[in-house]
Write a protein that binds this ligand. Structure first.
Ligand SMILES: [Zn+2]
Ligand SMILES: [Zn+2]
Length: 259
């Protein structure tokens, strides 16, 4: 069974067929998934979905594009949500200098506040980086350098990989790994310690090959395409990749064994 460590069933893209999509994932061998919040409303919704579906877990957090929500009141609401027993991480948090929806200084402040909150709550972190991965890793180095969490949608920069692993992170690999133009990511992935790799879809975004371009919305049921690609890159079977990445995610996120 695979674990999708990063998906957004809480996104409106799943409003018309959420239960069916979750069923499709189950049938495709994606036994569990972590629903990732990106603002207060979607975090609350992620938590609610975990109560409806036993195979779902949640992360709660404020994405850099919504950094304005990281007020003292917002952080308090996050803390209340994080107390739910099925919340397994704080995220997604980070910096996004591609869209720059919020000014960089506000993004940086929201990241630091939430790093401190994760530390206080003893939760792993889920990091979003866009044109910012070196700065995010530098922030973690400054903030003690001893973290548990996932650098989600890892992009392939070998220096970022080295420093992210050094501060304790796992690297999240998703649909981009299957893209023809993702040469550097594929090369770096050949050298990563597999015990520090987890799989993700980031659904509804980043549909993997061969569905990329044909199907607009990504779904957790397509995670096996990522696993297959990783298996080919590493000369292992899909079953071996599934066993390794599921073991990694289970241990990192404190999920119950085999379910
Ligand atoms: Zn993200
Ligand atoms: Zn995401």
């Amino acid at each position: 069974m695979l674990i999708d460590t990063h998906c957004h069933y809480n996104h409106e893209a799943f409003d018309t067929d959420r239960a069916e999509a979750i069923q499709r994932a189950r049938e495709a061998g994606v036994g569990r998934a972590v629903v990732i919040g990106y603002d207060l409303a979607s975090s609350a919704w992620a938590v609610q979905l975990t109560e409806e579906f036993p195979e779902l877990y949640a992360a709660v957090g404020i994405h850099p594009n919504d950094a304005a929500e990281a007020t003292p009141e917002g952080l308090l609401r996050l803390e209340v949500l994080a107390a739910h027993p099925k919340v397994v991480a704080l995220g997604e948090i980070g910096l996004d200098f591609h869209w720059n929806v919020e000014p960089p200084e506000r993004q940086r402040a929201a990241l630091r506040e939430q790093l401190h909150l994760a530390r206080q709550l003893g939760l792993p972190i889920v990091l979003h980086t866009r044109e910012s991965d070196r700065e995010v890793v530098a922030a973690l180095e400054e903030e003690g350098g001893d973290w548990r969490g996932i650098l989600h949608c890892f992009g392939g920069d070998p220096e970022v990989a080295r420093r992210a692993l050094a501060v304790g992170l796992h690297l999240g690999l998703g649909g981009v790994l299957t893209f023809k133009n993702a040469r550097q990511l594929q090369e770096t992935t050949r050298t990563l310690p597999l015990e520090r790799v987890v799989l993700e879809t980031d659904a509804p975004y980043l549909t993997p090959m061969p569905h990329r371009g044909r199907i607009r919305r990504n779904e957790p049921c397509y995670l096996p395409f990522v696993a297959r690609h990783l298996a080919a890159l590493r000369g292992l079977s899909e079953d071996e990749i599934a066993a390794i990445t599921t073991r990694n995610a289970t241990a990192l996120l404190g999920l119950p064994e085999d379910q």
